[in-house]
Design a protein around this ligand. Structure first.
Ligand SMILES: Nc1ncnc2c1ncn2[C@@H]1O[C@H](COP(=O)(O)OP(=O)(O)O)[C@@H](O)[C@H]1O
Ligand SMILES: [Mg+2]
Length: 297
């Protein structure tokens, strides 16, 4: 995460991507790699004896996420963003290609190994209302990924839940409350606290602020930025809104009809979008690119 001018951000991100194998230290593999990923959904048959038609949701997607260099994915509704998120999280197997977490393919891991590996990659979903079980208290909801790892006592889970709630700006009194007692913005903070509790290196956030009012969006994005600085979290941030990823990411990939059509530092994409779809995205922004940062801060 780079404080400073968009130009600095752009330069650093460029240096990071130019080598292809940027690594801030020990020669470890990227936190996340996506290699030749494709995904097709089988649709209902249109004719009784015909083959099932397929919808190509993703085609030949390649991505690399390096520690400390958050990557944004922008694309219109239906471009394949949530499919990509589910495949990256290994919640669904891809039709072809593969996902690597720190060089390892989660699909080749045994159950115990996969459970341990999930500690390092957590997800925040779009809908702060649907994503939190309304019947559970916040303590239970937030501690769930830690409980799934095993090994932490109830007392330890509660202590860690209070700690991460505080880190997202909520009081420990929230522990014994239920989701309906919170606003959309607070619920998204709770969802972020839940993602943080295992101290992940990567958080995949699928439209984390799209359901929120603009003023609340800025607060949540600022919080995410703060967490990246304080805890070294790296984001794969998915949004239909170029302004949102511009705020948080060092690099942006533009997804159009299941393909990455352009990738680069956000400042460069704003200044000189190469692909017609990126140009349309930039033109659709309500504010001039220079104003975006101010608008969201
Ligand atoms: N379970 C599914 N079955 C069939 N088609 C799906 C399914 N999930 C998504 N799709 C289709 O795949 C495409 C990409 O969807 P999605 O990944 O949700 O895009 P986005 O998140 O960018 O809106 C869309 O055309 C969508 O209708
Ligand atoms: Mg989606």
């Amino acid at each position: 995460m780079n404080p400073g001018t968009p130009e600095n951000v752009a330069n650093n991100a460029y240096q990071a991507s130019a080598g292809g194998h940027f690594d801030p230290g020990n020669g470890a593999p990227p936190l996340l790699q996506v290699q030749g990923l494709a995904h097709r959904y089988a649709l209902p048959r249109t004719r009784l004896w015909g083959p099932r038609p397929q919808l190509a949701a993703l085609e030949d997607v390649h991505l690399r996420l390096h520690a400390g260099r958050s990557l944004g994915i922008v694309g219109a509704s239906g471009s394949g963003k949530s499919t990509l998120a589910r495949l990256v999280m290994a919640l669904e197997p891809p039709s072809s290609g593969r996902v690597l977490w720190a060089g390892q393919d989660p699909r080749r891991m045994g159950a115990a190994e996969l459970r341990r590996a999930r500690r390092h990659i957590q997800m925040v979903f779009q809908d702060p209302f649907g994503a939190l079980d309304p019947r559970q208290r916040i303590a239970r909801i937030v501690a769930e990924p830690l409980a799934a790892q095993g090994g932490a006592s109830r007392a330890e889970q509660r202590r860690r839940a209070a700690e991460v709630l505080e880190q997202v700006g909520l009081a420990a009194s929230a522990l014994d409350q239920y989701p309906h007692e919170f606003s959309g913005g607070q619920r998204q903070r709770i969802a972020i606290a839940r993602a943080l509790i295992t101290r992940p290196r990567v958080i995949v956030a699928d439209e984390p602020v799209s359901a929120l009012d603009v003023s609340v969006q800025a607060q949540v994005l600022n919080l995410m930025q703060q967490l990246a600085r304080d805890f070294g979290v790296t984001y794969l941030l998915i949004s239909h809104d170029l302004a949102v990823v511009h705020h948080l990411c060092d690099e942006v990939a533009v997804l159009h009809q299941g393909r990455i059509v352009e990738q680069g530092p956000p400042a460069r994409l704003f200044r000189s979008p190469a692909h017609s779809y990126t140009r349309a995205l930039v033109a659709a922004l309500p504010l001039a690119p220079g104003a975006v940062q101010t608008h969201l801060t």
